[in-house]
Design a protein around this ligand. Structure first.
Ligand code: HAM
Length: 424
């Protein structure tokens, strides 16, 4: 019998995991610096939340959800994204009764039954932010800049910010009618999927990669030319706040997102080194979402970044975000008695935060030294019966090869002198 991880999922193993830990560490720091607080919502929710929140006529809800009945017959879905859950939690816990706006962030796994390929998985990880209960266009710019500043922290600067306004419930229906009329006129030119989309979700046609569809789309009516006054003002204010921050953007009226809750601002950061799945993060405003799932008129804006895509982007640019870290000391032991003493010293050193290791495979001195080498130990010390009797041993600096006789009872003091704790 042989088991494999399910298709589209990944084990994250050492040393790769160190990159994840580093990304998470930087994210916590930066997001807190922008005054966002962490929120953790359940990995699964009642299915209706996503049906209503994300929209019935989206690929996610129609085809990609991991949905099952629990033992009591309730329909449960593994979360395909974080925004609907965060707004559900905001409403359920009556956070709207507190001082606003509310600024949350989250890091965790999401699940979508998609065809796996480079940058696309069935279990993937997002880090995301949601700023709730303010309609200020400056907050749209804050959210976008936060994502960009995060990428910059990892040395990523070579990407494109695509920006659009997808209108609101007053101007979008009129635009959709115009678009439908246009697409119907050009139906013969469209691919089979898009022919279907005309009635069900015409905006998605704008996103089709098929060449003959693209030829039609370039002459399609543009949402940015059909915005109501309020949307237009909001959109231009967002741009002027981005200008203040010197953030460059490409206005892309063809940018449509895969979730139906968006209103006003929509954006994506694309890294052209990534191939087909080139969106590192995406998001936008969702002023109608709280209404949809909780009958409350509360605006919001956010984004989510795919951690796997961030890692691919770093890989494509050969940026190494973590250096392999070695251990401070490897204690090589000879004999049972020495092992007990080494075990005691190990505990003392670890309490003082020295990264220390001994042998657990009863190996020869030579093999233990090889292990020390593999672990990139800065120092090694050999303890046998003689050393115990004399309360002295030789400590070796593995890089320089320098050796010194020290008193075993002084090992901690010696290590403190040798290893620069300030840099740990
Ligand atoms: P999304 O565009 O569906 O938006 O996903 C955001 C990011 O998650 C994508 O840009 C991509 O990096 C990553 N991602 C999505 N699907 C996959 C996949 N199958 N494999 C690997 N990575 C993937 C949302 O989820 C919204 N909740 C974002 C948001 C937050 N909007 C407002 N607030």
């Amino acid at each position: 019998m042989k088991f494999n991880a399910p298709r589209g999922t990944n084990d994250i193993l050492p040393p790769e995991i160190e990159k994840w830990q580093y990304i998470e560490e930087i994210t916590h720091k930066l997001f807190k610096n922008y005054n966002y607080q962490e929120i953790r919502t359940p990995i699964f929710e009642y299915t209706e939340l996503f049906q209503r929140g994300i929209g019935e006529v989206t690929d996610i809800v129609e085809k990609e959800m991991y949905t099952f009945e629990d033992k009591s017959g309730r329909s449960i879905t593994l979360r395909p994204e974080g925004t609907a859950s965060v707004i559900r939690s905001f409403l359920e816990n009556k956070i709207y009764g507190q001082a606003q706006p509310t600024k949350y962030y989250y890091i965790g796994p999401m699940f979508r039954y998609e065809r796996p390929q480079s940058g696309r998985f069935r279990q993937f990880h997002q880090l995301g932010v949601e700023a709730i209960a303010s309609n200020d266009p400056a907050l749209d710019a804050e959210i976008i800049s936060l994502g960009i500043r995060l990428l910059e922290k990892f040395g990523l600067e070579d990407f494109e910010l695509h920006l659009n306004s997808v209108g609101c419930k007053s101007c979008r229906p009129k635009y959709m009618e115009k678009l439908k009329t246009f697409l119907t006129k050009n139906k013969a030119e469209l691919c089979d999927k898009c022919k279907e989309r005309i009635e069900r979700n015409p905006l998605r046609v704008l996103d089709c990669k098929n060449q003959s569809c693209q030829a039609v789309i370039k002459d399609a009516p543009k949402i940015t030319e059909h915005l109501c006054e309020e949307c237009e003002l909001h959109f231009s204010e967002v741009q002027s706040f981005l200008d203040v921050l010197n953030i460059e953007y490409i206005i892309n009226p063809l940018l449509v997102r895969g979730l139906d809750y968006y209103t006003h601002t929509a954006f994506e950061i694309k890294d052209n080194a990534l191939g087909a799945q080139n969106t590192v993060f995406g998001g936008g405003r969702y002023n109608g979402l709280a209404e949809e799932i909780g009958n409350r008129d509360i605006p919001g804006i956010g984004f989510a970044l795919g951690i796997e895509r961030l890692l691919l982007s770093l890989q494509a640019k050969e940026i190494n975000i973590v250096e392999a870290e070695g251990i401070d000391l490897y204690i090589t032991v000879i004999g049972e008695k020495a092992k007990k003493e080494a075990f005691r010293l190990l505990d003392i050193l670890r309490k003082e935060e020295f990264k220390t290791e001994i042998d657990y495979l009863d190996r020869s001195v030579g093999s233990q030294m090889k292990s020390a080498d593999r672990m990139n130990a800065e120092y090694t010390i050999i303890i046998g019966e003689n050393e115990l009797n004399n309360n002295s041993a030789t400590i070796r600096n593995m890089k320089s090869g320098n050796e010194a006789e020290i008193k075993l009872s002084n090992l901690l003091k010696e290590m403190k002198q040798r290893v620069d704790k300030g840099e740990k």
